[in-house]
Ligand binder design. Sequence first.
Ligand code: SAH
Length: 474
Amino acid sequence: MRFLPVFLDLKAGPVVVIGAGELLRAKLRVLAAAGARVRVHAIDGNQDFGLGSEDTARVETASVDPLTADLSGVIAIVCAGAGDVGVAMSVRAKALGLPVNVMDDLEHSSFIFPAIVDRGDVVVAVGTGGASPVVARRVREMIEALLPARIGELAEFIGTFRKSINERIAEFPLRRRFWERVIDGPIGAAVLAGRKNEADASLKAISDPSEFARADKPEGSVALVGAGPGDPDLLTIKALRALQNADIVFHDELVSPEILDRIRRDTTRVAVGRRVGKPGIGQDAINKRMIEAAQSGQRVVRLKGGDPFVFGRGGEEVEALRAAGVAYSIIPGITAGLGGAADFEVPLTYRHEANRITFLTAHKARDAENVDWSTLTDTKMTVVVYMGRTAAPAIREGLFAAGRSPETPVGVFARVTRPDAQGAIGTLRDLPELVRRIHGGPAILIIGDVVRHAGSLRRPTPEQIISDLLDAAE
Ligand code: SAH
């Protein structure tokens, strides 16, 4: 590490900025947004910095030569688009012991600007030692995605109580435990959910903070999380955060390895789901283990393919959690039907062609026989069938009986949103044959006129995508 990240107190004095053009304006925007007082030497004489009126109030323009200007009280010097003046200024600043940054010139800089995540009191600085600002920005985006939106409010909230709690808990380690329990428990969750008043009241209700900190059992909870159909980038930001915070994850077999890779490394993982031919541990056992883990103080994630409330037994699990009095939350996911529609470009509704969608499950032929097909006669209804592979012949017969035409377009889409996704498109008449063309893995069927709009089934390989990108870049 050549550059140590430190935080500069902008209240201590003005920052002198020297330069011209868009580079100068960009730096002024960063400094003004941070609340810095700025003294600008515009070396091309153009004093239009494009700032809002509030920021302009903190910016003073200097007409003297920066190389001879009085620098007393100045806290840092920034050169952006300053050419040779930047180099000369760097020599002067270094002689005076002032921190100096010359944009894109490590040799003449004694400090550099990080990429910044700004959440009020919480600020994250990302640097690459000047090697690649683009990489720093990508890292910043990842951190932005992981940080709860209200993390700054949480810091501010704690800041307001810190003094009074410090006076009431003398020992430092106990004090730290106190704040950890507040942040990780329902009070922290309430602040992050925007319920500050509730958090405020709960914290004030703690009569003996030392006792609260000493309680050995933290409060556990369960998050029912939808993992989406397979592509890890389709996880919601909330789902990703839950995976990063979990002590233990109970996951379905259907959840893709790429998604399991996003779980924190030291988190316990337990595969509990059923898959064809393997019974799994059973729903009652899953409920029991989840509840026990939460009651022992763990942060539990129950990770399910697609969405927890679409053919995912999420309802039963929530009822069990409610009955046990365990705190829980539900994080929705992209269900396979929506993932498949997007992946193969099948619009599920379409003006004049489809104004209704039915999500249906038909696990076995026997289940399919129990479906009331007469509700599916509407030709303007798109039917999305889950778990429909083995029952394909029965589904065809049922829809025929309901009066759907054998020419109704049908798509079978397997392993949607995964790199090995596969689709077969034809008509209702060919449905069993279409299913045979798909090589294993979970599949959905989409039935209805909208399937005619499907995009290409031939998907480029990752190698093709990369070579296309390289071609386009040339
Ligand atoms: N809760 C899940 C559905 C669970 S039922 C969701 O919302 O998606 C399991 C069925 O979902 C499978 O039989 C299959 O029909 C469908 N499915 C799940 N993942 C899939 C995928 N990646 N591609 C195609 N179908 C999928």
